[in-house]
Design a protein around this ligand. Structure first.
Ligand code: NAD
Length: 461
């Protein structure tokens, strides 16, 4: 039988595809069964809780080092596997996670000392934490969660998003390698080869899991909060950026477009729409289009985008985290490479404005005055109480907006990512507990309060 060149190349392609789909080789911390993962994390936690803080810090330093060394691999893998985001920005996100996620220094003791003795509140670990992670920041969330949870003396079992499992498990293996190299145990974080809704159900109801942490959309947060266990819910947002008449409008245009386009709008804190007061609205849009690489979409293009990026069941996942250029191409519009965002003016109810798209599409809602702008922004945030932003030099306006919108994050006069410690003060996290109120999580969030009372001694004042 003769075989043509084309047939040979087809066979080679099939074999390569099969090899690529083959099971990854056994890695540190990755299991087939959720019960086994939890048992391994429990065993590791028995060691971790006895480790001095100094020994925990050695492990954390090595996790930080390896995260920086692997930042590019993780960024490329994340974009390749999920089809979402921007490699350069994901490298920056990994560096930020490594450098700015708090470790053991975040855990503080409170003391009362007096005639009746000495009382301490010590912050101790929960034990094994069950965590669910999103596909939008997969490895960043796993690394950030593990640093904080481990610093507090816990170990963690992840049920990662199946669409980002390769990237998530690469991070899990890397963290465990870092722990073992620095003298800690393996399995300080665990995961599954094939996480499912069923395996997350096992995790949520397992007797050896003491705390649940969900980072994702409304479905997962509700599931965790209905489990009967203590849950930390880091849910969805739809952050509006309000621009009032006192703002530096040119800078506002630059900050808002920079924040909105970071990692193609995947971060939950990123600007998702603008509400601008009438007197500055035209000027703002002019700067966005003329200086900040925004494409002004006609009504026809907006309609095509609505039909493409939204489906009757919600977001078209093939559009989430894509660049503006790629989204426009999907609706038959070719634009140069410098176009990084899509804009248009619309009512707040416009589906591209009211929906949390996670795409660089930035609709602008015109408000007749500041009061109207606040009302529109509060409506657009949908009561998530997650993130909001404002560009204003009027302290009274900023205060009024902050009180009305009541979000875990409010960035004033800067891009949204300043809230992650990127160009703003403060630490970094990828789990912002908006629904349950812990706010920006860190090691202290993953602790239990314990009161230690020494009666009539140890007060040496
Ligand atoms: P998603 O809700 O689709 O998935 C998140 C995780 O939850 C995944 O691991 C998924 O498998 C799991 N999941 C979903 N429904 C579940 C259920 N009923 N039971 C158990 N597990 C379930 O979200 P995504 O697309 O991966 O991420 C984007 C969403 O997450 C956006 O809404 C974004 O705002 C939000 N997010 C919030 C934060 C935050 O810190 N508050 C951070 C990142 C992302």
């Amino acid at each position: 039988m003769n075989i043509t060149d084309n047939e040979v190349s087809a066979i080679v392609k099939q074999v390569v595809a099969k090899l690529q789909l083959a099971e990854p080789k056994a890695s540190l911390g990755i299991f087939d069964d959720m019960n086994d993962a939890i048992a391994a994390a429990k065993e590791a936690q028995a060691i971790v809780k006895k480790m001095p803080l100094d020994a925990r810090e050695k492990v954390i330093s090595n996790i930080r080092k390896k995260t920086i060394e692997n930042a590019e691999i993780l960024a490329r893998m994340g974009v390749e596997e999920t089809g979402m985001g921007n490699v350069g920005h994901k490298i920056m996100k990994h560096r930020l996670t490594a450098e700015m996620t708090p470790g053991t220094e975040d855990i503080k003791t409170t003391a009362w000392s007096g005639d009746k003795g000495l009382t301490l509140i010590e912050m101790g670990p929960f034990g094994v934490i069950g965590a669910i992670t999103p596909c939008t920041n997969p490895s960043e969330t796993i690394i950030c969660n593990t640093i904080g949870m481990f610093a507090a003396g816990n170990t963690v079992v992840f049920n990662p998003h199946p669409a980002a499992i390769k990237t998530s498990n690469y991070a899990v293996n890397m963290i465990n390698e870092a722990s073992v190299e620095a003298g800690g145990p393996a399995n300080i974080c665990c995961s599954l080869h094939h996480p499912t809704l069923e395996s997350s159900g096992v995790m949520m109801h397992h007797k050896d899991v003491q705390l649940l942490v969900a980072t994702g959309g409304p479905g997962v947060v509700t599931a965790v909060l209905s489990s009967g266990k203590r849950g930390i819910g880091a849910g969805a947002g739809n952050p509006p950026a309000l621009v009032d008449e006192t703002a530096d409008v040119r800078k506002a245009a630059e900050d808002i477009v920079n924040g909105c386009t970071f990692d193609n709008n995947l971060p939950c804190i990123a600007e998702k729409e603008i509400v601008a007061v009438d007197s500055v609205c035209d000027e703002l849009m002019r700067y966005m289009v003329e200086e900040q690489g925004c494409y002004l979409a006609s009504k026809e293009v907006q309609d095509k985008l609505v039909a493409t990026v939204l489906t009757p069941k919600g977001l078209n996942r093939k559009c989430v985290g894509r660049s503006a250029k790629a989204l426009l191409k999907m609706v038959g519009v070719d634009v140069p490479d410098n176009i990084r965002c899509i804009t248009f003016e619309g009512e707040k109810e416009h589906p591209l404005i009211a929906t949390e798209l996670m795409m660089p599409i930035l609709g602008v809602v015109r408000a007749k005055d500041f009061k109207d702008a606040v009302e529109k922004a509060v409506w657009l945030e949908h009561g998530n109480r997650h993130s909001a932003h404002i560009h204003s030099k009027n302290v009274d306006h900023i205060t009024e907006y902050a009180k009305a919108i009541d979000t875990a994050i409010l960035v004033k006069n800067g891009p949204s990512y300043a809230a992650l410690g990127f160009g703003g003060e403060g630490y970094c996290t990828f789990t912002i507990a908006s629904r349950t109120g812990e706010g920006l999580t860190a090691a202290h969030t993953f602790t239990k309060s314990r009161r230690c009372v020494m009666v009539e001694s140890l007060c040496i004042r």
